[in-house]
Design a protein around this ligand. Sequence first.
Ligand code: SAM
Ligand code: SF4
Length: 469
Amino acid sequence: MKIDTSGVQNFIDEGAIWDIVNKNSVADPGRVREILDKALELKGLSLAEAACLLQAEDPDMNQEIASAARKVKKAIYGNRVVLFAPLYITNECGNRCAYCGFKDTNTELVRRTLTPEELRREVGVLEDLGHKRLLLVYGEHPKFGADWIAETVRTVYETVSEKSGEIRRVNINCAPLDVEGFRKLHEVGIGTYQCFQETYHSETYSRLHTKGRKSDYLWRLHAMHRAMEAGIDDVGMGALLGLYDYRFDILALLAHAAELEKAFGVGPHTLSFPRLEPALNSEIAFNPPYPITDTQFKRLVAVLRLAVPFTGLILSTREGREMRRELLDIGVSQISAGSRTYPGAYTDPNYDRPDVQQFCVGDNRSLDEVVREIVRQGYIPSWCTACYRLGRTGEEFMKLAKNGFIQDFCRPNALLTFSEYLQDYASAETRGIAVPFVLEEAQAGPEKGRKTLMDRLTRIERGERDLYF
Ligand code: SAM
Ligand code: SF4
């Protein structure tokens, strides 16, 4: 079905964005500090301010930017980090994205779409590891429409493992749909709809997406507008870094966020900023045309944290252990763990198969190992899904977030879900480190609500589950 996007406006003004980049290319220390002072008031940044910080090359300035981002992160999110796993449903794809292992010309890739039974088995494995939040990932193929995607979501929610768990929030990363299609996903209860523009530079976009629905830049650019129109008010946006100049793409991503806020009163729930990873038969994925250094990458994450302080920042296992550790302090609020990037991977006894996966992961550790390290770093892993289940989403969530809600509600909920994890899934080693940590954290929290929290932790120890504020 060809949908006409000709009446749709391109709200990314490329000339204006380049103008902002160029006019703010000198990051004078006085101006940087002025911008950081404003950012510390949690008021976000203008595009010009973000452009200035993005181009602050001086190492001392970089430290000051990172330190401000750390403060903002701590003030809003405390020491809590949300965990999830991606679950690949299909690697069949009719598009030709130059950087992706799933592109249609990759004849070496073994194509697979999970049957409902296979999907249930994958979900069962993830549940038995302790996951409660999944991100379902799909190639884009004409044979898979909104009804089929909705059915896979239903299957995931209905799968309850014999051992214990259930998935409490299903997020989706699939190709953009029309409003009616998004409505079907909303009705079946998806959490966040996630879709990355890849690059906002239209000429580069056209060159890298030469076939299929995805070759239409504007169709993709308006995906979030359609999703929101369909009632999905938690949307996740992103740019794939390495395809074009990151300064342009990060500013365009912020402009996109501002555009949504203008149109719907709320911006994106989350932002992602994946860097290109090697992928089978993709020259560009091995040799990104605009490679980003680790220093630039850390700086851009810090700038995003300062620019949109109340928006979640997601980091995947594309990045390695050390980078993930550092970015958690600087601004990231959600990470995936124990990820595998092909359909059927979690039940595959011969795991690690470049002939089926989308790209190589940089952090291969299990969920339990990641959890242990997070706790050693002083963070509370969280599988909380309370807001989504109580309807605290979109504008409602942002209003609450701006009023200190995250510390009052998300923190105790993180401790409750972590305590469940420790009871049901953690290794003895993780439990040994984390059980005393949970108690210390519960005692260290605000006095208001502490008794209720302690009561609930005891109830979880006695076998009750799914308690939240
Ligand atoms: N097919 C859907 C789409 O393209 O929107 C969703 C699934 S696609 C597998 C999810 C994301 O993976 C893409 O939006 C892209 O940003 C990312 N991706 C593709 N190839 C990659 C690579 N080589 N390295 C890192 N990320 C990649
Ligand atoms: Fe297909 Fe998405 Fe990969 Fe493009 S990025 S080839 S649409 S799976």
